[in-house]
Design a protein around this ligand. Structure first.
Ligand SMILES: NC(=O)c1ccc[n+]([C@@H]2O[C@H](COP(=O)([O-])OP(=O)(O)OC[C@H]3O[C@@H](n4cnc5c(N)ncnc54)[C@H](OP(=O)(O)O)[C@@H]3O)[C@@H](O)[C@H]2O)c1
Length: 379
């Protein structure tokens, strides 16, 4: 497909409201950027990678850095596509430092082809199509990844879709099954139901024969989550959601809450839960400081409040999670039961500032993906 058509198909930045002249200028600018990025690397030891200084999205840029060297049981991946995550926007702001000893380049996930095997690596061969959960480094032309943290990418799944899977699907799978101990028939309330994690969670809950409910901040996002399988969605910006959750569940409440919001939802979370319900906290988009009788309310309902992070988990934990997720989910991606939900695909790393701005403005439903290397695959 000609580059211009690919560009338009991804709906990146040609806003219909712009004048023809500025649209043509934008198009030429990005095509030049894409050509520069997808051309041959300057030398066999250097690569293009995202760089940043602490601050706003304008502090993101693309520069030349050394291709990572490989440690024990690592493989080098030639990245075709990567995706962005809230943790990276926080890292850019100086609020979430890189994991000590790991790449300081942004990027918790990538999909591409195995380029080289490091010492002791034996699970993959050169040319294998893989996606990776990374401690960092994914927003680059090459990334080093631990061999147990890769998942094979079926030939039917384009890299631009595979790159949207590792971080949010593994998070949602972990929260539901490893942490939240979800059981058949249970009711689950998923906050940010149209987010990357939320859209994965809705599909996983449905597949587990449990019942997903969501909150989101717009009628369009709620409608999207309901079309994906949520039984009912509630707009948290239109007043208390707890009374609506209780009404929708015949007064029972839910068994489990996946909560990336935190402080601003605490009281309604407790009201929405059944006695002995589980409240899994995995983000704090609505703040961390709580005022009020939270402990008394947790005590009276015998609620379990469990915090969870993925990035900081041990290598062994991630290996077990990835293995369980791959066995469960990859056949379902291959046959189309599971769908990575993608809001937009930017054509190169040069669009990172726009990608971060889009996420920080809460515009996305599902994932924001960036194409990295030249690939003949359809977007
Ligand atoms: N602990 C972990 O292991 C882990 C792993 C991955 C992600 N996370 C966290 O999970 C969250 C979701 O990640 P994601 O990549 O799926 O995010 P995302 O796609 O960027 O979606 C986040 C959505 O949250 C909603 N939101 C933002 N601020 C809010 C607020 N103050 N109150 C209520 N809703 C708010 C917005 O949707 P609306 O328009 O609906 O408000 C926003 O689009 C993030 O906080 C992220 O840091 C945690």
């Amino acid at each position: 497909m000609p580059v211009t058509l690919q560009f338009l198909k991804t709906q990146t930045l040609i806003a219909v409201s712009k004048s023809a002249a500025s649209a043509i200028h934008l198009l030429l600018t990005f095509l030049i950027c894409d050509f520069i990025l997808t051309g041959e690397t300057a030398s066999s030891t250097m690569m293009q990678a995202a760089q940043y200084e602490i601050g706003g999205p304008e502090k993101l840029s693309v520069g030349q850095v050394a291709i990572p060297s490989l440690r024990e049981r690592e493989v080098l991946i030639r990245v075709h596509a990567t995706a962005i995550n809230r943790a990276e926007t926080l890292q850019r702001q100086g609020k979430y430092p890189p994991v000590p000893g790991e790449s300081e380049i942004l990027g918790l996930e990538a999909a591409g082809v195995v380029e080289k095997l490091g010492p002791g690596a034996s699970k993959w061969k050169i040319g294998d199509r893989v996606m990776a959960l990374l401690p960092g480094g994914g927003n680059a032309e090459f990334v080093a990844a631990f061999e147990d943290h890769l998942i094979p990418v079926p030939i039917t799944l384009p890299f631009t879709q595979a790159a949207a899977i590792p971080e949010v699907w593994l998070t949602a799978y972990q929260l539901l099954h490893f942490v939240g101990k979800l059981k058949v028939g249970e009711k689950v309330l998923i906050h940010a139901g149209a987010s990357g994690v939320g859209t994965a969670a809705v599909q996983l809950v449905k597949q587990a024969q449990a019942q997903p409910y969501v909150t989101a901040g717009s009628k369009e996002k709620i409608q999207f989550a309901e079309e994906l399988g949520a039984i009912k969605g509630f707009n948290y910006k239109e007043g208390d959601f707890a009374a609506k959750v209780l009404k929708a569940t015949n007064g029972d409440g839910v068994d489990l809450i996946l909560d990336c919001v935190g402080a601003s939802h605490w009281e309604q979370n407790i009201e929405s839960l059944k006695a002995e319900g589980r409240w899994v906290l995995y983000g704090s988009l609505g703040g961390v400081n709580v005022e009020g009788p939270i402990l008394g309310k947790i005590l009276r309902k015998r609620i379990s409040l469990i915090g969870s992070t993925l990035k900081a988990r041990s290598t062994q934990y991630k290996t077990e999670l990835i293995s369980a997720f791959s066995d469960h989910a990859m056949p379902l991606f291959a046959n189309g039961t599971y769908r990575p939900i993608i809001y937009t695909i930017f054509l190169s790393l040069h669009h990172l500032p726009e990608a971060h701005r889009t996420m920080e403005a809460n515009q996305n439903t599902g994932k924001i993906v960036l194409k990295v290397s030249e690939s003949k695959e359809e977007l």
